[in-house]
Design a protein around this ligand. Structure first.
Ligand code: GCW
Length: 680
C-alpha cells in the first residue's frame, strides 16, 4: 500500500495461476502506434501492469516486427495489419484479437477512439490476469448504454451524504483535491467503463453553490483534463437558484429573461474554463431544493431553460425525477408518494429538449431493498431517460452488511415495462433502442470514500465493479461478472471463488429477509436510516407509511386504493392489482394484507414474516462459516476486515430479527408456530 490505499481489482500483484514466463514473451516488445500522441494513459497502464505482474518494465516501439510474439496497440485506422471484424465497432468500442502474420504473432488491442483503446487495454489486462489463452482472443465489445454515470454525493467540506467509506476524495475544507488518489480513482472507474462523473452532491448547499464560480473553475478544469485522458466527462450538480445566490437576481424563474441571460453567460464562462464540460445534474423541487414549481412553472420549463444555455456547447441537463411532496400529513390517506414522479413527469413527455435526460430512481419510492420498478420508465416514450441506482448502501446495510446489489439491478434492467408490447425492457429503454432516443443512460450513486479499501466493506467493491459492467452491457450474466471480480480481487482458488460468489449472489435476499418484508420498506431509524425501527417513519411528513394495526399491514395502492397500479401497462396493472397474482415479494408494497392471509406456501403472512427473520439470521451465520473456510487462502488483512464486518452484520441482523418479530407479535398477539423466542 505505497500510497496508503489499495487498488481493488486493479492491484496487479494479485494474480491467478498463470505461467508468467510464457506470458512475458508477449510483453517484451509492445508495438504502439500513436501518431497523435493520445495513448499516454494506455502506455502508463500497461507499464504498471507489466511491472507489477511480470516484474519488468516493458518497452514500447513504433516499428512493426516481422517475427516473435507481440502486443500491438493503436487505432484501427493506424494499424499496419488488417483486422477483420465480425461486428461493427462503435465510438467507444474495442477489439481484442489474435492475428498471425508470417513469422510473427500479435494480440491486437484496437478501437476507433482513444477511449475505446483504453477500455480494450483494461479488458485485455483482465483477461491476461485470469489466464485466458491469448491465441484464442477474438472480442468485439461495444458499450450498449451511452451515458454511464457515477454520481457522488460529496460535499465541499469533505463529508459525503450517505457515504459509508470515509471522507470525500474530491473535496476537503472547501477545496478541490487533485492528487495521486484522484488519478487512481480515475483509473479504477475508467477500467469499468464509466464515462461521466458528477463529483458533488445533488443537494447543493454552502460552498458548493460557488463551484461554478471562477475561483473553483480553474481547478475543476485540471480535474476535467485528467478525466478526459481516461474518456470521462466532468459534470456538476448545481442549484436551480444559482441566479439568486450568485447572480444577485431576485428570482430564478426559468421564464424570466434575466434568469435565462444569467445562465447563458454562466454556461459560457464554464466552457471557457472547461471546454469538454459535460453539463449539469439538477435536483429541483425536491426535498427543500429550489425549482421551477416555486414560480408556477413546470419541470420542463426549468430543464429546457438550462438546456438552451448548454446546447451550443454540446452540454447536457440531467434532471432528476425525484419530485414529491415531503411535507405530507400521515393522516391523509389519499396522497401516495409512490405516484408522484409519474404524475408530474408523464404529462410532460415530449416537451423536454433533446439535450435533457430525466434521471429516474429505479423504484417509485427511494432505494429500498425491494420496490417495484418505477412505472415512469414505461411512461415516457419521447423523453431521454437515465436509470438511477444507489451503489452506496443507504438502505441496504450501509457497507456493514454484505449486500451485493447486482442481482437486484439485473432484475430492474430485465423488467419488462410492456410499453411497446413484449420485450419493452428497462435496459432497452436506457440503451436507446426501444424509443429510439439518443441521450440515455444509467447512473449509480457512488459507494466510495477515502478509506484504504475505498468502500469500507471489501466485498462492497463488487457493487461498484458490477455497476460498471452492467452499464457497459446490461445483458451480461451477473454470475460471470461476480466470478471475474473475485478472481481479479482475491485470486482464482476454487473455494475462494465458490464461497464468495455464493455469499454475494445470495446476500440481497438474506438482507431483505431479516429487515423489512415483502416490499414494505422503511422501518428504519429516521435520519441516518440504519437499524430497525418499525414505526420510525410512521407519523412523519415523508410519506412512507405502512399503517400496521392489529389485523393488517400495508398501503392499498391498487385501483381500489391510491390507484398507483394504474400507472403500469398491462399486464402489470392487473397483476399488481390482484392480491392473488401480485408477486409475493412485493405484496405489501401494493396491498393492505391481513396477517392471517394465506400465502402460496400455505403459511400465513405473519408466519412467513417470522420464518424469514429467523432464517435470515441463520444465513448470516452460514456466510460466516463460508468466510472462515477461506482463512489462509486470502491475505490476512482483508480476511479479518471482512470477518469483522460479518460479525457486526450478525449482531445487527439479530437486532433486526428481534425488533421486527417482537413488533408484529405485540401488534397481533399471534405466536410463532415453531415456538421460537419472540419477546412478549
Ligand atoms: O433517499 C434520499 C436520501 C437523501 C438524498 C435523496 C436524493 C441526496 O436520504 O440523502 O439526497 O434521497 O436522492 O436526492
Amino acid at each position: 500500500m505505497p500510497n496508503g490505499y489499495e487498488m481493488c481489482w486493479l492491484d496487479y500483484k494479485k494474480h491467478c495461476d498463470v505461467d508468467k514466463n510464457e506470458l512475458s514473451k508477449w510483453f517484451s516488445y509492445i508495438c504502439l502506434f500513436d501518431p497523435t500522441d493520445e495513448f499516454q494513459v494506455v502506455k502508463e497502464e500497461l507499464a504498471i501492469f507489466v511491472t507489477d505482474f511480470l516484474g519488468f518494465r516493458p518497452r514500447f516501439f513504433k516499428v512493426f516486427p516481422k517475427q516473435g510474439r507481440h502486443v500491438l496497440i493503436g487505432k484501427l485506422s493506424d494499424l499496419p495489419v488488417e483486422v477483420n471484424l465480425d461486428e461493427q465497432l462503435s465510438e467507444e468500442g474495442f477489439v481484442l484479437k489474435y492475428v498471425k502474420k508470417q513469422d510473427a504473432e500479435f494480440v491486437i488491442i484496437t478501437g476507433i477512439s482513444a477511449a475505446g483503446v483504453l477500455y480494450g487495454t483494461f479488458e485485455f489486462i483482465n483477461r491476461v490476469r485470469v489466464g485466458e489463452d491469448l491465441r484464442k482472443l477474438n472480442v468485439v465489445s461495444n458499450p450498449k448504454i451511452k451515458l454511464r454515470f457515477l454520481n457522488h454525493w460529496d460535499n465541499l467540506d469533505g463529508t459525503i451524504e450517505r457515504g459509508y467509506a470515509g471522507k470525500s476524495i474530491f473535496f476537503s475544507n472547501n477545496k478541490i483535491l487533485l492528487n495521486q488518489r484522484t488519478k487512481d480513482y480515475t483509473r479504477l472507474i475508467a477500467s469499468i467503463g464509466i464515462n461521466s462523473v458528477v463529483i458533488n452532491n445533488v443537494n447543493v448547499r454552502h460552498a458548493a453553490l460557488k463551484l461554478i464560480e471562477p475561483a473553483y473553475l480553474k481547478r475543476l478544469s485540471q480535474l476535467a483534463q485528467l478525466f478526459q485522458r481516461y474518456g470521462i466527462k466532468l459534470f456538476l450538480s448545481v442549484s436551480f437558484a444559482s441566479p439568486i445566490h450568485l447572480g444577485g437576481l431576485d428570482t430564478a424563474d426559468p421564464l424570466d429573461e434575466r434568469v435565462k441571460k444569467w445562465w447563458k453567460e454562466k454556461v459560457k464562462q464554464i466552457y471557457d474554463y472547461i471546454p469538454n464540460f459535460g453539463g449539469f445534474l439538477i435536483k429541483a423541487d425536491s426535498e427543500f431544493n429550489p425549482g421551477p414549481h416555486m414560480y408556477g412553472r413546470t419541470q420542463a420549463d426549468g430543464a429546457n431553460m438550462l438546456a438552451e444555455a448548454l446546447e451550443p456547447f454540446g452540454g447536457l441537463v440531467i434532471w432528476r425525477a425525484f419530485v414529491y411532496n415531503c411535507q405530507q400529513d400521515w393522516r391523509d390517506y389519499k396522497i401516495d408518494r409512490a405516484k408522484a414522479a409519474y404524475d408530474i413527469f408523464k404529462p410532460l413527455d415530449g416537451q423536454f429538449a433533446d439535450n435533457v435526460a430525466i434521471q429516474i430512481k429505479y423504484g417509485p419510492m427511494d432505494f429500498q431493498i425491494r420496490e417495484p420498478v418505477s412505472p415512469l420508465f414505461g411512461g415516457m416514450e419521447k423523453t431521454n431517460q437515465i436509470l438511477e441506482l444507489q451503489i452506496t448502501q443507504e438502505y441496504t446495510g450501509q457497507q456493514i452488511h454484505l449486500c451485493y446489489l447486482g442481482t437486484m439491478w439485473k432484475e430492474i434492467l430485465d423488467f419488462d415495462t410492456f410499453s411497446k408490447g413484449n420485450n419493452s425492457f428497462v435496459k432497452r429503454i436506457i440503451d436507446g433502442t426501444l424509443y429510439g432516443r439518443k441521450n440515455n443512460g444509467i447512473a449509480g450513486v457512488a459507494n466510495i470514500g477515502d478509506d484504504p479499501n475505498w468502500t469500507s466493506h471489501d466485498l462492497a467493491q463488487a457493487n461498484l465493479w458490477t455497476f460498471g459492467k452492467l452499464a457497459w452491457d446490461p445483458d451480461e450474466d451477473v454470475k460471470k461478472i461476480v466470478e471475474e471480480w473475485i478472481k481479479l480481487t482475491f485470486g482464482d482458488d476454487e473455494l475462494v471463488v465458490r464461497n464468495i460468489s455464493y455469499m454475494l449472489l445470495n446476500s440481497r435476499e438474506v438482507y431483505e429477509s431479516y429487515t423489512t418484508p415483502f416490499g414494505l420498506g422503511w422501518m428504519v431509524n429516521p435520519g441516518h436510516h440504519y437499524g430497525p425501527n418499525p414505526e420510525g417513519y410512521e407519523y412523519s411528513h415523508w410519506g412512507t407509511y405502512h399503517r400496521a394495526n392489529w389485523e393488517a399491514i400495508g398501503v392499498d395502492r391498487t385501483s381500489r386504493g391510491t390507484g398507483f397500479t394504474l400507472q403500469y401497462h398491462e399486464p402489470w396493472r392487473s397483476i399488481y392489482d390482484d392480491i392473488h397474482k401480485c408477486p409475493e415479494e412485493l405484496l405489501l408494497f401494493f396491498h393492505r394484507v391481513p396477517y392471517n392471509f394465506k400465502m402460496k406456501n400455505g403459511k400465513t403472512l405473519l408466519q412467513n414474516i417470522y420464518d424469514l427473520h429467523f432464517e435470515g439470521v441463520e444465513k448470516v451465520q452460514e456466510f460466516i462459516k463460508l468466510w472462515d473456510e477461506l482463512e489462509g487462502k486470502i491475505d490476512a488483512v482483508r480476511f479479518s476486515r471482512v470477518k469483522k464486518k460479518l460479525q457486526l452484520q450478525l449482531e445487527h441482523a439479530i437486532e433486526w430479527r428481534d425488533v421486527i418479530n417482537t413488533y408484529f407479535y405485540r401488534r397481533t398477539g399471534i405466536k410463532d408456530e415453531k415456538g421460537r423466542k419472540i419477546y412478549p
